[in-house]
Design a binder for this molecule. Structure first.
Ligand code: 13P
Length: 252
């Protein structure tokens, strides 16, 4: 099955630098049967990056969206506005938003449902903090985030939902999760999805990927594991050389 490599550029790169990086990404040789590559620049860079990716096999995503499509919501960006710029994917509930912007599971759920009905693939991020892991609560936290994030979600046809397991302590820390522990967490996420949807739907319409200090050296060790469908990469996706290294490491 096709593996996913998603690059979250976070609030980094000027619009011009994002276009330069997207142009480099668009020239990479990607076996689209094996890999789906998508990049998630800042809103300000979406239009430029969208133009640079035209005709390439790299897809475009945004880092967040609002749950309404139009209206008096100053500063928000809607799923339909993202579609206009050829976005096909959108992150929801990244831990940086849950922590700094106080996004709740309920808000994440509204964003996910809205993205899905607009025809975008939502990439819902879940994951425990260091404290959750130390206190033995990590599995409950993940199961809760999955269950609440997917509440009242209906999936049909080829609609797709990606869940990114990103332990908060592994993000940007250089402390990547031990692959076996990531595999265990992925199985837990998969089971939480199966609690809500028929097993066939969980299998066909859901992909589960790992994020947190993934780089070109360790990416293959995650993607080799049963149940890990790809990676959501921050830092290593933000430089042309390491981005190319990620793709190369996986296609080897
Ligand atoms: P890093 O790869 O920089 O740890 O970031 C992971 C992440 O938050 C991706 O969404």
């Amino acid at each position: 099955m096709q593996k996913l490599i998603f690059g979250n550029w976070k609030m980094n790169l000027s619009a011009a630098d994002a276009v330069t990086l997207a142009q480099a990404a668009s020239k990479l040789s990607i076996d689209a049967g094996l890999l789906r590559v998508a990049v998630f620049p800042s809103f300000t860079a979406l239009a430029g990056v969208s133009a640079s990716l035209k005709g390439s096999s790299v897809a475009l995503g945004a880092q967040d969206c609002f749950w309404e499509n139009t209206g008096a919501f100053t500063g928000e960006v809607s799923p339909t506005q993202l579609k206009e710029l050829n976005c096909t994917h959108v992150l929801v509930g990244h831990s940086e938003r849950r922590q700094s912007m106080n996004e709740t599971d309920e808000m994440v759920n509204r964003k996910l449902r809205s993205a899905l009905s607009a025809g975008l693939t939502p990439v819902m991020c879940v994951g425990e903090t260091d404290n959750d892991r130390r206190s033995g609560q990590w599995s409950n936290v993940i199961a809760r985030q999955v269950a609440k994030g997917l509440a009242d979600v209906k999936v049909s046809g080829n609609q797709e939902i990606v869940i990114a397991y990103e332990p908060v302590w592994a993000i940007g820390s250089g402390r990547a999760c031990v692959p076996e522990n990531a595999r265990e967490a992925h199985a837990l996420v998969r089971n939480a999805v199966i609690e809500l949807f028929a097993p066939a739907v969980a299998q066909k319409n859901f992909r589960i990927i790992y994020g947190g200090s993934v780089d070109e050296k360790n990416i293959a060790s995650y993607l080799a594991l049963e149940g890990i469908d790809g990676a959501l990469v921050g830092g290593a996706s933000q430089r042309a050389a390491s981005f190319a290294g990620l793709i190369e490491a996986v296609q080897k």
